[in-house]
Design a protein around this ligand. Structure first.
Ligand SMILES: [Cu+2]
Length: 158
């Protein structure tokens, strides 16, 4: 079929479908009163065994909840980490959980809290979407899809 033989309405629909997908990854996931927004990670260099996953967790309920664990089929081990100053250097360490108070949002971001994917079974490639299960003390478990973005200038390494 010649393209200019296509009815205009179909041509516009195809164009809209092409344009839509830039924003399709800004995705929200919900469990009870919690909303997990736009989870992302960065592509890993060959041989890397770890990667951080980042997201915003908002609590629209009336009680404090707490992210207590996470797991993913792409990682042998998943921990909750924070970055903190230690003897004048930024270091990351495993923590028991992240509290999310009612009416607030906690941002997991490079240089701060993150979900650490360890013992990666394969490198994370730009454009991948990887499932990560988050478990909260009160709200239970939710599976989010983590969008893998281009490798960042700020590498995330141990
Ligand atoms: Cu870490």
């Amino acid at each position: 079929m010649r393209i200019n033989a296509m009815p205009r309405s179909i041509a516009f629909a195809l164009l809209a479908a092409t344009l839509c997908c830039g924003a399709a990854f800004a995705q929200d996931f919900r469990v009870k009163s919690l909303q997990v927004s736009s989870p992302f990670a960065r592509a890993t260099p060959p041989g890397a065994r770890v990667a951080g996953a980042f997201m915003t967790i908002k609590n629209q309920g009336t009680e404090t909840d707490r992210l207590v664990s996470a797991s993913s089929p792409v990682a042998g081990l998943v921990e909750i980490h924070e970055m903190a100053m230690d003897g004048g250097m930024m270091k990351m360490r495993a923590i028991k959980g992240i509290d999310v108070k009612p009416g607030t949002a906690v941002e997991l971001k490079p240089g701060g809290y993150h979900v650490m994917l360890e013992d990666l079974k394969q490198p994370l490639k730009e454009g991948d979407r990887i499932p990560v299960r988050l478990t909260f003390e009160k709200s239970g478990t939710v599976e989010v899809m983590v969008h893998v973005e281009a490798m960042g200038a700020a590498a995330h390494t141990h």
